[in-house]
Design a protein around this ligand. Structure first.
Ligand SMILES: Nc1nc2c(ncn2[C@@H]2O[C@H](COP(=O)(O)OP(=O)(O)OP(=O)(O)O)[C@@H](O)[C@H]2O)c(=O)[nH]1
Length: 326
């Protein structure tokens, strides 16, 4: 039995396992992906080179990423030859299986936050403006609060007008403390202040916002280096996580951004926001392929509960479920 059949068996008919947020949040991607593949299958009576070329295009259009697409297509071709499959209607399971296997295959990627049981856990949030960083910080804090953790936030984006107030409003709604400085002030000093206050109060997690000025790489690099130094002075094992927030609707641009950020600082995980707003959900595979950094969370909607820990099975199921049902 292939991976997808196993996933499907595990998820369908098991309401505890079926995550409706994934199914609803990936609906756009799933409909578009499945419609294209089914349309292909209907047009070709037999699998041939032209079919593969079109399949390649469908995957690329879904933002899977060119080199990952080539690997997937090669693997599908091998399997088709091996099983002597001629009918494109029979190929869906293989496509899904290969996507799953290739993502999961070459390395184990944890989606868990690396909490420090002995010390304050410091999480740095990076990403360009508009990616959804502020909302994601609020959603993450909400998730941690619901797990019984105490959380504080630091308004380290002193550059973008309004960023401090926006975070402060979220903090108030969540009933947590937001440490802030002046607009245009030194972000590291805000973070330093927040670190000390969080330590004094015995808070479990401090989430720090940062400015998203990718246009000015040298400044951003210096700023993040300074922040990292200051964090290490107060919390030697910190920051335990540096999470990069990427807007999934920006597609391959988002992937390039991730590449740029990973040159500037060590990224431990990616948060893909607005997955519900894109019909090209393949970006997860593309990120894995180009960067090999784990996607740890996905934003699947605008409400507080819509930030979900990344789960490969739920993702592939959400993306491909229409393909199975039709
Ligand atoms: N549909 C949907 N909308 C989202 C998601 N995440 C964030 N948003 C929306 O995206 C918009 C921008 O998010 P913000 O957090 O305000 O981001 P920003 O303040 O523009 O920029 P930064 O904080 O600098 O990233 C807001 O309207 C959010 O509600 C998501 O997962 N799904």
């Amino acid at each position: 039995m292939g991976f997808f059949s196993k996933i499907k068996d595990a998820i369908v008919g098991n309401s505890a396992k079926q995550n409706d947020k994934y199914v609803a949040g990936l609906d756009k991607s799933s409909s578009s992906f499945s419609a294209k593949i089914n349309e292909l299958a209907a047009r070709y009576r037999e699998i041939d080179d032209d079919y593969f070329e079109e399949l390649e295009n469908v995957l690329i259009m879904s933002d899977v990423g060119v080199s990952m697409v080539m690997t997937i297509i090669d693997e599908i071709k091998k399997e088709v030859r091996l099983q002597n499959i001629k009918n494109p209607q029979m190929i869906n399971d293989i496509i899904i299986d290969k996507m799953f296997v290739i993502y999961a295959n070459d390395s184990y990627m944890t989606t868990k936050i690396n909490y420090d049981d002995q010390d304050l856990t410091v999480i740095l949030m990076v990403g360009v403006n508009g990616a959804g960083k502020t909302t994601t910080i609020a959603k993450l804090a909400h998730m941690m609060l619901s797990e019984g953790k105490t959380v504080m936030v630091a308004a380290g984006d002193t550059f973008r007008a309004g960023a401090i107030d926006q975070l402060a409003v979220w903090a108030e709604r969540l009933g947590i403390e937001c440490i802030k400085g002046k607009e245009g002030g030194d972000p590291s000093s805000v973070v330093f202040d927040a670190l000390n206050q969080a330590k004094d109060k015995g808070v479990d997690v401090l989430i720090c916002d940062t400015a998203g000025r990718l246009q000015n790489k040298v400044n951003l690099m210096n700023e993040l280096e300074k922040m990292n130094r200051i964090i290490k002075r107060v919390v030697p094992s910190g920051p335990q996580e540096t999470l990069l927030v990427i807007d999934a609707t920006t597609g391959q641009n988002g992937v390039s951004q991730a590449q740029e950020f990973s040159k500037i600082t060590d990224i431990t995980g990616i948060v893909l926001t607005k997955m519900d707003g894109t019909a090209k959900g393949g970006i997860v595979l593309s990120i894995k392929d180009t960067l090999n950094i784990p996607v740890k969370f996905m934003g699947l909607g605008e409400s507080m509960d819509d930030l979900q820990e990344f789960d490969l099975e739920q993702y592939i199921y959400g993306l491909c479920k229409n393909l199975m049902e039709e």
